[in-house]
Design a protein around this ligand. Structure first.
Ligand SMILES: Cc1cc2nc3c(=O)[nH]c(=O)nc-3n(C[C@H](O)[C@H](O)[C@H](O)COP(=O)(O)OP(=O)(O)OC[C@H]3O[C@@H](n4cnc5c(N)ncnc54)[C@H](O)[C@@H]3O)c2cc1C
Length: 290
């Protein structure tokens, strides 16, 4: 079935209306880095495409005292170039900087990365650690959903919906977001494995708060709750880090049982978990031996 019409969206309200009109016959296109491949491979056959890439409202990164909001059509390059994602939010900069190639980063958007629903979407683990909320609009109104639940409950984006924003509360100054990735090829990698950590240490250098999220270690990006529970209240010494790696591996053994990639992933997470923890601890200027 050929594409019959391409709309160039000018505003959120206009896009929502067109989506409502065509429902499953229409598809949004932002950077096109995922959807063009799907259309070429005839995985999807939309009649109508709605281009949202030049809608200003969707291309803003906004910050107030408490929250940061990233528009659904913000590109990875915008995130890399934003001063907001430095210092303790550096993990999101790193995740965006390691996406594909410069061309992919210039075109690919954070909304497309989430909506595409891949287990290996690089922006998702750091955004889960930040407890992000998706703001989604359709002709039926606005709904909000935690990014973590969006994946966990397999609540995929509905046909007539647009992700307008991703919102999260700013972490405290003494909390740091880190990111570690193992890709197949550096220049054009579709991420195979990622780990992101939000870390806070107390005065005794014990872990006061920790959120750990992984990409491609399960069917969807997820919190690693057993690992979080293990590290809480502990110091970041080699003994604890090694024991924490085993907790993660055991958890993977359960959910990836029988998968041919499991042995490789078990080895890969050793370096990644260690790296993400050290990045955080080094930023917080705590004495951790590497
Ligand atoms: C060579 C190559 C390398 C890549 N490397 C990586 C990598 O290292 N890491 C990584 O994570 N990804 C990678 N990708 C995948 C891709 O670039 C990302 O997933 C990107 O973020 C998709 O965004 P997009 O704007 O291009 O989405 P599109 O292709 O425009 O859309 C993807 C899907 O999301 C929907 N959509 C888009 N925007 C919205 C919105 N605001 N609301 C609701 N639905 C929406 C579309 O309808 C479509 O179904 C790579 C892709 C290629 C081709």
């Amino acid at each position: 079935m050929p594409i019959e019409r391409v709309y160039k969206g000018n505003s959120i309200s206009e896009v929502v209306e067109i989506l409502g009109q065509y429902e499953k016959d229409a598809k949004l296109i932002a950077g096109g880095t995922d959807i063009i491949i799907d259309i070429r491979n005839e995985k999807i056959k939309p009649k109508v495409l709605i281009d949202i890439s030049s809608i200003e409202e969707l291309r803003k990164i906004e910050e107030n005292e408490d929250y940061i909001e990233i528009g659904g059509a913000v590109t990875f390059t915008q995130i890399v170039e934003s001063e907001i994602f430095t210092n303790n939010l550096y993990g999101l900069n790193k995740a965006s900087r390691l996406v594909g190639s410069p061309q992919i980063r210039n075109k690919g958007t954070i909304g497309g990365n989430i909506a595409n629903g891949s287990a290996a979407a690089d922006s998702v683990p750091p955004l889960i650690c930040l407890d992000s909320t998706l703001i989604i609009e359709s002709i039926n109104g606005i709904r909000e959903i935690k990014l973590e639940d969006y994946y966990k409950d397999h609540i995929k984006i509905r046909e007539n919906e647009l992700i307008t924003k991703i919102r999260f509360k700013k972490p405290k100054e003494n909390q740091i977001l880190s990111f570690s990735k193992l890709g197949l090829r550096k220049a054009l990698s579709i991420s195979r494995l990622t780990i992101s950590i939000l870390l806070e240490l107390d005065e005794e250098e014990k872990i006061k708060n920790i959120k750990v999220s992984s990409g491609a270690l399960a069917r969807y990006p997820m919190r690693e709750l057993e690992v979080e529970e293990f590290f809480l209240g502990k110091t970041l010494d080699e003994e604890n880090i090694n024991a924490g790696i085993i907790v993660l591996q055991k958890s993977m053994d359960k959910r990836l049982e029988g998968r041919p990639t499991l042995p490789y992933k078990r080895v890969a997470v050793e370096r990644m978990l260690r790296e993400a923890l050290y990045q955080g601890a080094n930023f917080l200027n705590k004495a951790v031996e590497v």
